[in-house]
Design a protein around this ligand. Structure first.
Ligand code: UDP
Ligand code: MG
Length: 309
C-alpha cells in the first residue's frame, strides 16, 4: 500500500482547517480504489488564532491528521520544508489550506505519477480576482527571472506539487536558509508534468501577502537564484570609468584651447550626485548578497517545533 502525505501550511486559518479536511476526503474513494493510504500533515506556522485547536479537534477524530506546530511564525517556506521533512509518504503533495489548490485535481495528478513522472506541478493560467498592478509586477518578475537565472521558474507556478520520495529527498538535501521553493523545484530537475488550471479565489479568510511582502519575496528569489545583479554592478562601474576618462580628456583639451574658466559647478554637482547614486546602488546590491551570505553562515535552524501530534 502506498502512502500519500499532504503537507498543508497554515497561518491564522481557523476557518479553513476543517473545510480543507472535508474537501480532501472527497478523494477517499479514489484512494481506496487505488490501494492508497494518506496522511494530512498540517503545519501550524505560529498562528495567533484558533488554528491549532481546530487541527487538534480533527486529529482526535481521525488519526490520519497530523500536526507540526512552530514556536512562532517562520513563513510558508519554512512550513513547507518542515512538512517535507516530517512527511512519511511515498508521495508528498504541498497544498494551501484556503482551497486555492483544489484537492479535486489530486486524482489526475496521481494518475500522472503512476504513469512514471517524478513530479506533477501546477500553474494557473489566469490571475482572475487579483489586483491588476500585482499581476503586472508578477509577470515582470517572471520575465526578468527567465533572463537572469539559469534555473527554470514558470510564470504562474504554484507551490501545489505532487512528488515522489526521491524528489522530496532531493529538495530536503538543499538546506539553504534563504529558501525560494519555486526556484528549488526547478533546480532539482526531474521529469515534471505541468497541469494548468484557472485561478481559484480564496474561500474564507484573507491573503497573508501584501504588495510589499511580495516585492521582498521577489528580491529573495532573485538573490537566491541569480548573481546577475552583481555583474550588473560591475558593468556599471566599468561604464562610469570609461565615461570619466572621456570627460577628463575633453576637459584637458578644452582648458588647453580656451583657458580655465571657473564656471561649470552646476554640471559638476550633477555628475557627482549621479555617480554617488550609482555607487550607493551598487554597494546596496553587494550588501544584499552579503546579508544573505551572513544569514546563511550562521546556520540557524529553518524552523523550531513547539508541538507535534
Ligand atoms: N502561510 C503560512 N505562513 C505564512 C503565510 C502563509 O504558512 O507566513 C500559508 C497560508 O496559511 C496558506 C498558504 O501559506 O495556506 C498561502 O497563503 P495565502 O493564501 O495567504 O497566499 P496567496 O494564496 O494569497 O498567495
Ligand atoms: Mg491563498
Amino acid at each position: 500500500m502506498k502512502l500519500l502525505s499532504a503537507i498543508v501550511p497554515c497561518y491564522n486559518e481557523q476557518e479553513n482547517v476543517e473545510d480543507f479536511y472535508v474537501e480532501f476526503l472527497k478523494n477517499e474513494t479514489y484512494f481506496q480504489q487505488h490501494d492508497m493510504d494518506f496522511e494530512i500533515l498540517y503545519v501550524n506556522d505560529g498562528s495567533k488564532d484558533r488554528t491549532v485547536e481546530e487541527i487538534k479537534k480533527l486529529h482526535e477524530k481521525d488519526s490520519r491528521v497530523r500536526l507540526v506546530s512552530f514556536s512562532r511564525n517562520f513563513g510558508k517556506e519554512a512550513a513547507m520544508y518542515a512538512g517535507l521533512q516530517k512527511s512519511k509518504g511515498d508521495y508528498a503533495v504541498i497544498m494551501d489550506v484556503d482551497l486555492q489548490d483544489p484537492p479535486s485535481l489530486l486524482p489526475e495528478m496521481l494518475g500522472w505519477i503512476e504513469q512514471g513522472y517524478d513530479c506533477v506541478a501546477t500553474r494557473r493560467v489566469s490571475r482572475k480576482g487579483e489586483p491588476p498592478i500585482r499581476s503586472f509586477f508578477a509577470r515582470m518578475f517572471y520575465k526578468l527571472m527567465r533572463r537572469i537565472s539559469q534555473t527554470e521558474i514558470m510564470d504562474g507556478a504554484r507551490d501545489y506539487r505532487l512528488m515522489t520520495r526521491q524528489v522530496v529527498d532531493a529538495i530536503l538535501s538543499m538546506e539553504e536558509y534563504n529558501r525560494f521553493t519555486k526556484g528549488i523545484f526547478g533546480w532539482v530537475g526531474f521529469e515534471t508534468k505541468w497541469l494548468e488550471y484557472e485561478n481559484v479565489e480564496r474561500v474564507k479568510g484573507e491573503t497573508k501577502w501584501n504588495f510589499w511582502k511580495l516585492f521582498l519575496y521577489s528580491l529573495e528569489g532573485i538573490t537566491a537564484f541569480s548573481t546577475a545583479p552583481l555583474s550588473f554592478a560591475a558593468v556599471m562601474g566599468v561604464l562610469f570609468c570609461i565615461f570619466a576618462v572621456l570627460l577628463i580628456i575633453v576637459i584637458i583639451i578644452r582648458t588647453a584651447i580656451f583657458g580655465d574658466p571657473t564656471s561649470g559647478w552646476p554640471s559638476l554637482v550633477c555628475i557627482i550626485s549621479l555617480i554617488s547614486g550609482v555607487q550607493l546602488f551598487c554597494i546596496g546590491i553587494v550588501g544584499q548578497y552579503l546579508a544573505k551570505t551572513y544569514m546563511e553562515v550562521k546556520r540557524r535552524p529553518i524552523y523550531l517545533v513547539k508541538e507535534e501530534l
